[in-house]
Design a protein around this ligand. Structure first.
Ligand SMILES: *Cc1c(COP(=O)(O)O)cnc(C)c1O
Length: 453
């Protein structure tokens, strides 16, 4: 009988994260202080982030960073995750391609985000932090961090974008189940929030505002740090457990991927699945294609520009070298909320600039068509975000069919969609649309940031 799932033992949970920067010939350019526009020093970040996370963020020399046992113990709750051969999908597509997916949806929270949430909560706890803050858009990061905070005995305050707070009540309930305090942003609890509410009482919030509130609270609360669920180098680092396990599992399957695919918001799950394979390309010259799948409505990698930009709308964060649509870019309200971010993390941006990876953009309706086919053939209802990776994998499998080549395709299933069924409802009732971005829109936002440094 053919093997469906390739399973590792708890003992196989990686002992070190892979820091790809150490192996990059062209390192990402340094983050800059938003005020002085000089390269950031570790001390600049200590008030905001746990020290160990700052050191990971700025580490450009160590390829391997040991995973503390306490974190590996927590990873055991759901790791190693299965690598699955998508026989059902292959059959439906009638393709000679072999399709594998790494199933990160089996985490208790339903997505890959817990890989970094556990690590961040641990390093905060270890240096005596008692409280942490964060922001969340659709709620996946907040949900993951809530569980992680509870695990390590930290108090967590989550600023949730107001529109999502009302539209996605179940993610809020999940956070509250784990004991987090969830605040709709903008709120009256911070200066940043009060200012916006005074000017625009009905403002429904944005990630940029929520970030400002979460940072402000962290700076004003004793023993409190701020945390972020994507974009930053240390988040990419933590997520490499995905690809490191997949590397072993592909070996068990007796195959090596020709193509590795991840959906793309800020880059964490994409980096997680792909960096350990990209390592073979960087260090051994191995031939492999790495593809990021982003929404056509938020196309930073395919249509953005490489330059320094802020991580948030308000311009509080350090300046990062990134492919960006401009920090003022307001993406359409697509259901893949986790992919609505204006920029790409700086490691991925440098890799893209050096042509070590590719990017494709996918239209919303195509993602739901792919998601439905995947659900009907593999039995898992994917997150709208993950469906971008599925759609890209299907495209590659169809190309393989046309050319008659037996390609091996690996994609990351970053999460399940069981809390996103309202989006599926809309798709089935025919109310879902493709959201296009015009060249003028892209140009206008890029024009606004051209003199940033
Ligand atoms: C948050 C999220 C994403 C997008 O974030 P990345 O940092 O780009 O991975 C993708 N899929 C799921 C399920 C998410 O929760």
């Amino acid at each position: 009988m053919d093997t469906k799932k390739f399973l590792l033992q708890e003992n196989d949970i990686p002992r070190a994260w892979y820091n790809i920067v150490a192996d990059m010939k062209n390192k990402p350019m340094p983050p800059l202080h938003p005020g002085t526009k000089k390269p950031l020093q570790p001390e600049d970040l200590y008030p905001i982030f746990a020290k160990e996370l700052v050191h990971q963020e700025l580490n450009t020399t160590d390829a391997w960073i040991e995973i503390p046992d306490e974190i590996r113990d927590m990873y055991k709750v759901w790791r190693p995750t299965p690598l699955v051969r998508a026989y059902g999908l292959e059959k439906a597509l009638d393709t000679p391609a072999h399709i594998y997916f790494k199933n990160e949806s089996v985490s208790p929270i339903g997505s890959h985000k817990l890989n970094s949430a556990i690590a961040q909560a641990y390093f905060c706890k270890k240096e005596g932090v008692t409280n942490i803050t964060t922001e969340t858009g659709a709620g996946q990061w907040g949900a993951a961090l809530s569980y992680a905070a509870k695990t390590f005995g930290l108090e967590l305050a989550v600023y949730m974008v107001k529109v999502s707070y009302h539209q996605k009540p179940y993610r809020r309930s999940i956070m509250q189940t784990f004991g987090a305090q969830v605040i709709a942003s903008p709120s009256m609890s911070t200066k940043a929030g009060r200012k916006i509410l005074t000017d625009h009482p009905n403002y429904q919030g944005s990630l940029g505002t929520a970030i400002s509130e979460a940072i402000e609270l962290a700076l004003q609360t004793p023993n409190c740090k701020y945390t972020l669920g994507s974009v930053l180098n240390h988040v990419m680092l933590h997520q490499t457990v995905i690809g490191l396990e997949a590397e072993k599992q592909m070996e068990m399957a007796g195959e090596y991927p020709d193509i590795v695919i991840g959906c793309f918001g800020g880059g964490s799950n994409f980096s997680g699945i792909s960096f350990p394979f990209l390592r073979h390309k960087l260090t051994e010259g191995r031939d492999i294609r790495i593809i990021a799948a982003e929404p056509a409505s938020c196309p930073k990698l395919t249509r953005g520009r490489f330059q320094y930009d802020f991580g948030d709308e308000a311009g509080y964060t350090p300046l990062l070298p990134m492919y960006t649509l401009g920090h003022n870019f307001a993406p359409a309200n697509i259901h893949a909320g986790g992919l609505r971010y204006h920029g790409a993390g700086s490691i991925v941006s440098q890799l893209k600039k050096d042509n070590l990876m590719e990017a494709v953009d996918i239209k919303q309706l195509d993602t739901f068509e792919a998601a439905t086919l995947f659900a009907r053939t593999e039995g898992i209802i994917p997150a709208p975000e993950s469906s971008h990776a599925i759609a890209a994998a299907i495209q590659e499998a169809q190309k393989a069919k046309e050319s008659g080549e037996k390609k091996t395709i690996l994609f990351n299933l970053s999460g399940h969609g069981l809390i996103d069924m309202a989006a599926y409802d809309q798709y089935f009732s025919g109310d879902l649309i493709n959201c296009e971005v015009t060249d003028e829109d892209v140009a206008k936002n890029l024009e606004e940031i051209k003199d940033i440094i």
